[in-house]
Design a protein around this ligand. Structure first.
Ligand SMILES: *Cc1c(COP(=O)(O)O)cnc(C)c1O
Length: 364
């Protein structure tokens, strides 16, 4: 079976974790610190703060900006629910704006009409590893004094014109098992704002700067040193793993383009292919079943847009759509048609050939 996602962990990771266990210092410590430094370098930023998950990174980024009750945050409905859930968790209102049909990321042209006097932040998602178009969002944020919180949970080392994601606004990354690099569970916040970084460092540990002296409100959202050690090894491989993903994606596109709708990369963008997503306008369920029978795992990211999730449908006063005349039809259509094929760096040449061959056969 060719799995749709697979963590690539080897001897170096085993050694690194064993060393931490043998050291007896297993909570947040030296390894987390090293991981933070290396990850900040990857993103070209001054500060990186490791936390327990991507969700924790997003949550703390909002809290550290003071986003809370009565505030609005503009985001996309076509993402993992965590993106909007953290907005609700701080007591603010998610404002959903539709996506670009080609990149599946927030459509910047629709953001201005969604602004209100309560808007505090814009939270774009670099979905599937393709960066959201940041330049117009940065201009809007500057004009209206808004924070930009990038959900870069799928986009480690993705770039626009050589500028890494996570350096446009405040970046939030995930190291969950299926992500481009992994620590099992884990997250990171990246920023050039040292005051904000200091606040997030305190907030991940009960608002303490030093032990048992609490100065602001906080939580326990720390990363363990076992995870930090995994991160140190994985981040050193990030470039190689990313190149492999991109090469795999190029192979699939070469074989499949013109037959199915393959993913695009905008000029000047570095798409890091967390997912390789094609469109299947008809009979998607049958495709999934057929590919499964032929030994190829697939996934749908995401079958239900966030605003259509049962919880969001049951609580319509907790969120709103960008404007009275707007709708989320592009996201809704995408949810019915997208299909992720395996693209991860553990795939062999045979695997890739098999995937292409079987998909082409389904099109005959
Ligand atoms: C994975 C993911 C998250 C959440 O990360 P966790 O580490 O699972 O908490 C948030 N947003 C997106 C787009 C993700 O893919």
């Amino acid at each position: 079976m060719i799995s749709v996602a697979q963590p690539l962990l080897g001897r170096a990771e085993e050694e690194a974790v064993l060393n931490v266990i043998r050291s007896g210092q297993i909570a947040q410590g030296k390894q987390v610190e090293v991981f933070e430094k290396r990850f900040a370098e990857v993103c070209g930023v001054e500060e990186a703060i490791a936390v327990s998950s991507g969700t924790a990174a997003l949550h703390l980024a909002l809290l550290a900006h003071g986003v809370g009750v009565g505030d609005e945050v503009i985001t996309t409905p076509f993402s993992f629910a965590a993106t909007a859930n953290v907005i609700l968790l701080v007591g603010a209102t998610p404002v959903f704006v539709d996506i670009d049909p080609l990149t599946y990321t927030l459509d910047p042209a629709l953001v201005e009409e969604a602004l209100s006097s309560r808007t505090k932040a814009i939270m774009p998602v670099h979905l599937y590893g393709h960066p959201c178009n940041m330049q117009p969002l940065m201009a809007l944020a500057k004009k209206h004094s808004l924070a930009i919180i990038e959900d870069a949970c799928q986009a480690h080392a993705a770039m626009i014109a050589e500028q890494p994601v996570g350096s446009f606004g405040v970046g939030c990354f995930s190291f969950y098992a299926t992500k481009n690099i992994t620590t099992g569970e884990g997250g990171m916040v990246t920023t050039n704002d040292s005051t904000l970084a200091e606040r997030i460092r305190m907030m991940r540990s009960h608002g303490q700067r030093e032990r048992y002296r609490q100065v602001i409100m906080g939580h326990n959202l720390r990363m363990t040193d076992m995870q930090g050690a995994l991160g140190v090894v994985q981040v050193a491989k990030l470039e190689t793993l990313t190149e492999k993903r991109i090469a795999n994606a190029h192979y699939l596109t070469r074989r499949l383009q013109g037959v199915v709708q393959t993913p695009i990369t905008l000029p000047g963008y570095r798409h890091v292919f967390h997912q390789y997503t094609i469109r299947v306008p008809k009979n998607r369920a049958a495709w999934i079943q057929q590919l499964q029978m032929r030994g190829i795992g697939t996934a749908i990211h995401y079958p239900i847009p966030i605003h259509k999730q049962p919880f969001y449908q049951e609580h319509p006063t907790l969120w709103r759509i960008g404007s009275q005349t707007a709708n989320l039809s592009v996201a809704e259509a995408a949810a019915h048609e997208v299909l992720a094929l395996p693209v991860h760096p553990a795939l062999s040449e045979d695997d890739l050939a098999t995937i292409a061959r079987e998909v082409l056969q389904l099109c005959d």
